[in-house]
Design a protein around this ligand. Sequence first.
Ligand code: 13P
Ligand code: SF4
Length: 329
Amino acid sequence: MTTQNLSNKSLDQIYKKISSVVPEIEWKFHAPLIDKINKLKKEKDAVILAHNYQTPEIYHGVADISADSLALALEAAKTKAGIIVLCGVHFMAETAKLMNPNKKVLIPDMYAGCSLAESITGEDVRMLKEKYPGIPVVSYVNTSAEVKAESDVCCTSANAVKVVESLGSDKVIFLPDHYLANYVQKNTKVKIISWQGTCMVHEKFTGKEIEDIKKENPGIEIIAHPECPPDVISASDFAGSTSSMVKYVKKNQPKKVLLVTECTMSDNVQVENPNVQFIKPCNLCPHMKKITLNKVYSCLKNESNEIKISHNIAEMARKSVLRMAEIGR
Ligand code: 13P
Ligand code: SF4
């Protein structure tokens, strides 16, 4: 998790930090917006929580906290600010609202979705529960509030195994990510019943591609997100949530590294680890990239794109996310 106090940082200081990954010509457009957003945040008592896949000008320029989805949920629960602007995808903003229902939660683009969240509905979960009566349901946080409402508990890639094992059941329905389910199955004795959802970004990586990169870059360390296919994870030195990947690089300072995940994250981590060389095959998440400084500014200025969840769904879904928060990382 990266926490920054932007109030005493000048625009020049911000640009100095990200100049290796943001060209000067682009900075000319970003700088005035960054200035306006940071002033508006103070005026409106708002906090900006950003996912690790956000662009460097958001991650380093306006976000108070940048983190993985678990930390964003936990930070949303404890913030004292009146408004939360969630720079990430819709399920992350919904989770923030579930964690802290009295806050106004805004998302800069309502259409920032997720292929995993879209792969399953509440009706699908009800069907699974009928098919496997009595088996608890763990839903990945990358799901709609409606799916969370039908689940016993949520998890993220940072705590999936721990959450599954916390249930004390010998079988668990784990949805919707088939590859994350596969990763959990390799790390637990609990029998996992999975769903066929996939992440449109991570499913593109192949074991062959990783092996080729290793041959071309002797000594490179490969760090993968557990949403990747199993052959990619087997070819990697470490697998973990986006924040665990950031921590791995900070701690181990590999000479050369490949982060097998959404490629903007490499830019964000590179800024803080100038001695590490990043190899970047670029798979972008089109949903995460819907969030821009312009949209952050207008949603905060107009307090638009507020997350609303119907009362009944929110009450049930909240139980699942709070249970996840109790289990922790
Ligand atoms: P993290 O919880 O690891 O940040 O992952 C969220 C996500 O959407 C990865 O694609
Ligand atoms: Fe969803 Fe994949 Fe984008 Fe993450 S990277 S938000 S899992 S589509």
